[in-house]
Design a protein around this ligand. Structure first.
Ligand SMILES: NC(=O)c1ccc[n+]([C@@H]2O[C@H](COP(=O)([O-])OP(=O)(O)OC[C@H]3O[C@@H](n4cnc5c(N)ncnc54)[C@H](O)[C@@H]3O)[C@@H](O)[C@H]2O)c1
Length: 322
């Protein structure tokens, strides 16, 4: 019997890459997504789609019918800034929905639950980098606090004999990321550069992150499904890169001599982040394969191609509208 995986949030940025990869391996996939923030990539034909909140009774019914071996839960509503503006709403719409979904998966006899946590937010500002999973979590943001709560609830399902994995992603970037939101410096800067606008850096740009390419992240997520690993697992490169360096790389990829614009630093953001991904290598055989330069070039090309493809339609719409 072939493996069946339910991906909640499978229409999103990371989810769409993972769903494609799982389908490519012949794995049966059910996507549950409320389509509040889809990335726009078409779902592979063989994947089944249910439009619903992951914590709803519709989602529970779909899980009971599909009986996945593994639930991969990637649904979330925005990042650090959105959670900071309204932490109560964030908890109601994200944590409550996630835990209800874990419950539904357990009721559907799911053998494993894999969730998306955040290596960038969960460790806070640790004294030593790269941060390993042995470090005590100390989130400084509402977003990080929610991820820690999700991880804590998740552990209770391990007590019911379910294999549980919390993938602590670094700063994921790559094609299909939303370049119009408030998180994702690579996508937002690419979008601005394609439009001939200066990229924006909040603060002096010396803040560092562990930037990891989305295809590598999808491979790590797939490995979490197909191996027997459990517990928290960092998914990063072990390389600390400043926001200035990343924006500089994109400006080079774009080939235009545009200098970034600086705006005041945003509250709740950690100063430095870098993940020790040794456990992922030892226990899942995973390591990132895409260099930062390659990943930035691929990402910029995606945004430039998309803008070029949209151009004739936009021109046509303007002509028709006259
Ligand atoms: N992108 C990053 O850099 C990053 C870093 C660390 C962790 N993460 C985590 O990884 C996960 C995926 O992130 P992403 O960047 O792909 O986000 P995304 O917003 O692109 O995708 C999330 C998907 O979940 C769906 N969704 C939202 N709420 C839902 C709900 N209640 N029920 C069903 N579907 C729902 C959205 O429509 C969207 O398709 C999130 O949990 C996020 O917090 C992302």
């Amino acid at each position: 019997m072939s493996l069946r995986v339910a991906v909640v949030g499978g229409a999103g940025f990371i989810g769409s890459h993972l769903v494609e990869m799982l389908v490519g391996e012949g794995i049966g996939v059910l996507v549950i997504d409320d389509l509040s923030h889809p990335c726009g990539a078409p779902l592979p034909a063989s994947a089944e789609m249910v439009e619903a909140d992951g914590g709803s009774s519709e989602a529970a019914a779909a899980l009971a019918r599909f009986r996945p071996h593994t639930l991969v839960h990637l649904a979330a509503k925005g990042g650090v800034n959105r959670a900071l503006r309204d932490p109560g709403d964030h908890i109601r719409r994200v944590l409550a929905s996630s835990v209800a979904c874990f419950d539904a998966a357990a009721a559907a006899a799911c053998e494993a639950i894999v969730i998306a946590s955040s290596g960038g937010a969960i460790y806070g500002d640790p004294e030593r980098l790269p941060a390993s999973e042995n470090l005590a979590p100390a989130p400084r943001s509402a977003y990080g606090a929610e991820k820690l709560c999700e991880e804590t609830y998740l552990r209770t399902y391990a007590l019911r004999g379910i294999r549980t994995v919390a993938l602590r992603y670094g700063n994921v970037y790559g094609p299909r990321q939303d370049g119009t939101g408030e998180a994702g410096v690579v996508a937002i800067s690419s979008t601005r550069l394609v439009q001939g606008l200066a990229p924006v850096i909040y603060g002096d740009g010396s803040q560092t992150r562990d930037f990891v390419y989305v295809v590598d992240v999808a491979r790590a997520s797939q490995a979490a499904v197909t191996t027997t690993i459990s517990g928290p697992v960092n998914v990063g490169t072990g390389r600390e890169t400043s926001v200035s360096e990343v924006v500089g790389g994109l400006v080079r990829a774009c080939g235009a001599g545009i200098s970034p614009e600086h705006r005041p630093a945003r509250p709740g953001e950690v100063a430095r982040a870098c993940l020790d991904a040794g456990r992922a290598l030892r226990e899942m055989g995973w390591k990132p394969q895409t260099s930062l330069d390659q990943g930035l070039a691929e990402t910029y090309r995606y945004f430039a191609d998309r803008a070029a493809a949209a151009q004739p339609a936009a021109d046509g719409a303007r002509i028709t509208g006259r």
